[in-house]
Design a protein around this ligand. Structure first.
Ligand SMILES: *Cc1c(COP(=O)(O)O)cnc(C)c1O
Length: 237
């Protein structure tokens, strides 16, 4: 186990490197670096690593499981430096757990069914929260092992969410099938980008977030138009 100061230095260096790679990928796509947000996925990180990242000025953190999210929020509650953190829920969400997420996160990336959208609406209505920002997760590859909505069902779910007063649809999220070759993800990301543009044309500029790209393929995702990337291993090892 590295000492806390060594862990902090390693995270700060990895963060700077990821930021450089993001900026270069944005430039290749003809976009300014600030057009791409970075969500740090903390599922494999230590508390020291998280605090080092937050200490370096980073605000957006994510977990993919509800229980881990709750544990992280509790662990950071006593750390004054973490007051500015915004949490993202990026993993599969079960309807019976929505109460543990609504009001605690700034964006839910993983809405993939009408029944889940309705459960979120009900939880937000009950607590009378401001509109909950959500993305629809698409399963573009059609892999059976992946969560996410089939692209053919996108228009109907988006239209339904638009009728729910406590939800605000901000865009789309997708994951490419696992591969060692980042280029394998490009057609998936390009397809998601086209679906995103169609959604934005239908619903307007409040649809502004395209969450795609992980440690193995985030540069390709940014070249294909991602506005948010979700990165764990490249930051925390
Ligand atoms: C773990 C995870 C990531 C980050 O993956 P890395 O390969 O560690 O960058 C991104 N998105 C989701 C949904 C995840 O579960």
């Amino acid at each position: 186990m590295a000492s806390p100061s060594k862990a902090a230095a390693a995270v700060a260096a990895a963060y700077a490197r990821v930021r450089e790679r993001l900026a270069a990928a944005a430039a290749r796509g003809g976009r300014p670096p600030e057009s791409v947000g970075l969500v740090a996925v903390t599922k494999s990180a230590s508390l020291d690593q998280i605090l080092a990242l937050v200490g370096a000025g980073h605000q957006d953190l994510a977990e993919n499981r509800v229980q881990a999210l709750g544990a992280r929020i509790t662990a950071l509650a006593s750390e004054p430096i973490a007051a500015s953190v915004r949490w993202h829920m990026i993993g599969h969400l079960q309807r019976n757990k929505v109460e543990q997420v609504v009001g605690r996160v700034s964006l839910i990336h993983s809405v993939d069914s009408l029944r889940l959208a309705e459960a979120l609406e009900a939880a937000a209505a009950k607590r009378n929260t401001p509109p909950v920002d959500v993305l629809i997760e698409l399963n573009i590859s059609g892999e059976a092992s992946k969560y996410g909505l089939a692209p053919g069902d996108l228009a109907a779910l988006a239209a339904h969410i638009a009728t729910l007063p406590h939800l605000r649809l901000r865009g789309l999220m997708t994951m490419a099938p696992y591969s060692d070759r980042p280029e394998d993800s490009r057609p998936i990301f390009a397809r998601c980008r086209r679906l995103f543009e169609t959604l934005r044309a239908d619903l307007g500029p409040s649809v502004d977030t395209l969450s795609m790209g992980m440690s193995g393929d985030f540069e390709v995702a940014v070249e294909e138009g991602a506005t948010l990337v979700r990165i764990g291993r490249a930051l925390f090892g």
